[in-house]
Design a protein around this ligand. Sequence first.
Ligand SMILES: [Zn+2]
Length: 894
Amino acid sequence: MTRPAAPILLLLATLLLAGPAAAATPKAAASAGASAPRAGGFRLPSDIRPTSEDVRLDLDPSKPDYAGSVSIRLTIANATKLVRLHAEDMTLAAIEFSSVGADGAPGPLIAVTAAPGEHGLLTLTAARRLKPGTYRLVIRFTNDFNAQATSLYRLKSGDDWYAFTQFEADDAREAFPCFDEPEFKIPWNVIVVAPVDHLVIGNTPIESESVEGGKKTVVFKTTKPLPSYLIALSSGSLETVPIEGLGVPGRVVTVKGQSQLALEAARITPMLVSALESYFGRPYPYEKLDLVAVPEFWPGAMENAGQITFADRVLLLDPAHASTQQRLSQASITAHELAHMWFGDLVTMRWWDDLWLNESFASWMGEKVTHQVFPEYGIELGLVTDTDEAMRTDGKLTTRAIRQPVNSMANLLQSADVLAYNKGETLLGMFEQWAGEELFRNGVRDYLAAHAWGNATASDLFAALSHSTGKDLGTPMSSFLDQAGLPLVSVEALPDGRVRLTQERFLPAGAVRQAPQVWQIPMTLKFDDGSGPREQNVLLTQTSQVFDLGVKKLDWIAPNGGAWGYYRWKLSSRAMALLADDAAKTLNARERMEYAYDARALLEVGALRADGYLQMLPRFLRDPEPLVVAAAMDGLEGIRDPLITPDLEEPFARYVRAAITPPVERFGRTARPGEAETVSLIRPRLLQSLADEGQDPGTRAFGDSVAAVMLKDPSAVDAGLYMPAVRIAGLSGNAELRDQFRTRFESAASPAMRRVWLEALGALRDPKLVQENLDYALSGPLKPQEIGSVARGVNSYPPNRDLTWNWMRKNYDTIMKRVPPMYAAFLPYYAGGCSQPRLAEAETFFAEPAHAAPGTAKELAKVAEGVNDCVELRAREGARVKAFLSGSGTAGVP
Ligand SMILES: [Zn+2]
């Protein structure tokens, strides 16, 4: 799965919390003996296992409900009267249970009673003791389609009704009875009865199709062994575009009227599949490949075997009018999901405690092949930003160890956060660099070969990697996986040329240090003794160690050569300044990005002063490499909330204009023929910042004029300018402009343009319009996953944050009806920023039992830490910022 792009209603989709508490609890658990559920009832016992499941569904999405049946073959290893599986919030019409003879024929029925339990658990109690052997369980049921874009759900697009699915992690059990855990990988036989004009898509090709009584029955071929969370169905008036050049049949699938937007996805997919096949040394594992664009969808995409589903705005784009950012997202998310076909689908995690590995491997692999196929997007540099994002989360006290037991729904929800994706991705990259790319790849191949079609754990992967690379990866890896937080390495150059490295946990300013933590850190030291730069790898395993680099003196040292390491570092302020001065000569682009991020982190924890930081930042904003400029922009944008109080807006605007005008002039306001793709990634941010924080009249006029042209004819404008233009226009936009944005949003011809106009609504600054737009987010024709978008846009301007906070509080119940329950945990996001009074209100609000959805307390704690750190930074550095900015206007911009 790919995370949705933006925060709140944010993280992963679909790690849905348990539905309404079930009426009855499982009976007679005490007598269950060997087949007691593991992990306190959260996990099914392992001695009763399904071996195959037949599912038959009668789906007409124009109706709110559907009927179905399942026939599950299972084996019982230890005598018991209890059989547990999952079936959540559905009406069970009939249950038949029987043994299966050696000839495969079912024996006489055995009476069973059924009792629902928590988390969708269904416990069957047999009238007599069941001997070890093979059994068949048939359940007929009726159920409502879900309406919140999870599980088996329906939606209307245009005049047509469609059915889609989204099961990860535990929503298959809401669609039909099953053993809904990743360990149970079985062949599935799926039959769907659908309206005769529907195209029905499953995980496998169609075996046969027949029409009777105005309905058609579609029988799919038996699947390869799959866990329930990878089963998928789509049904409706779907259109298809063939994908040519795969070793198996392939299609891009859209709802009616959108197939003209599918060509780009069809073009890039074979290149990505081919790159993955070469890396893994195995062909694409399934019989066909459909990529389906779904209008209502919470995650970016989902790796169902043979049928990958996507948020439509990710997969569909008009190549003539798509920005570089859109094309990059499309390629990178597609590559991530395709990587899962091998890593996640062919070999599946045994349990959700390895979800981090599933996701971080797909992210790491996806970025690797996207970079290979499309080097022009600068992904190798973009990874430095992913790493910083993980380290920012991991540098807080509210972080957690990435690898943790999953024994409750709250854990499962938490196990798919930014750390699971980005920290794991960085760790894989760091250890790959340390062990060598080819040897590392051989280990991955060995791992897939050993566990193909089955399940495995992280330990299995580390064993394979250690074997292939001849290095113990498990021990150092564990030091990063099983400890919360990340190391800060202090680097001291000794007079004799040696270097002393000292590690401690990287902690926020003023944090009380708990027990000392030690990591085993593979570090690449880059240095020069006057004879030219060189590198040496060391493994720092102690709190403090001295390393001999084979030189007599050090002119300079960069402690994270290549910027592959997962650690922050600091040098003496003199050595730091020296490195920054010579960065253009001594550091490569990745290292310069990492330097800019590291400096920001040091500022936040009190190891670097704000005036020094403001002095340094423009140097990186003038860097020749656009993505280094982007890293510096992260820092510039990050200053605003904590450090720029209203009295500093004018001097800060002067600083921003002085710092950003040079790169804007260098890159140009509009695209130039033959320019690097990475320029168009950074241009929107430069323009927005110059117009907004920089208050630059010329850039504002430019944005307004581009937006005016867009309103008449978007095709007359470079797609890379859509977002900056509407955001700049929103700064001073009035009700008339708002109405135009709204009209365009409601009539948008493509998912991408719909997104642009929705963002435009969130960009308006006038508080009265903001209020009206927030109300519209709930009353207008927005899809469930869109209703947070306006508020997110509003929140980019700190003075309007109270408006979104009050909106969320006032409409809490309405919001809760529109979004799946798991998202309730993320609503404390609206109390974020730099205001302790707002935080205090949030603590009162979420303390009420009616607002305390599972997981909320943890999210609120993270928000509280962010707010308190922001306030602390303002108190600590505010005076220095004021002195610096007010001193002589642009003083400090060299
Ligand atoms: Zn994924």
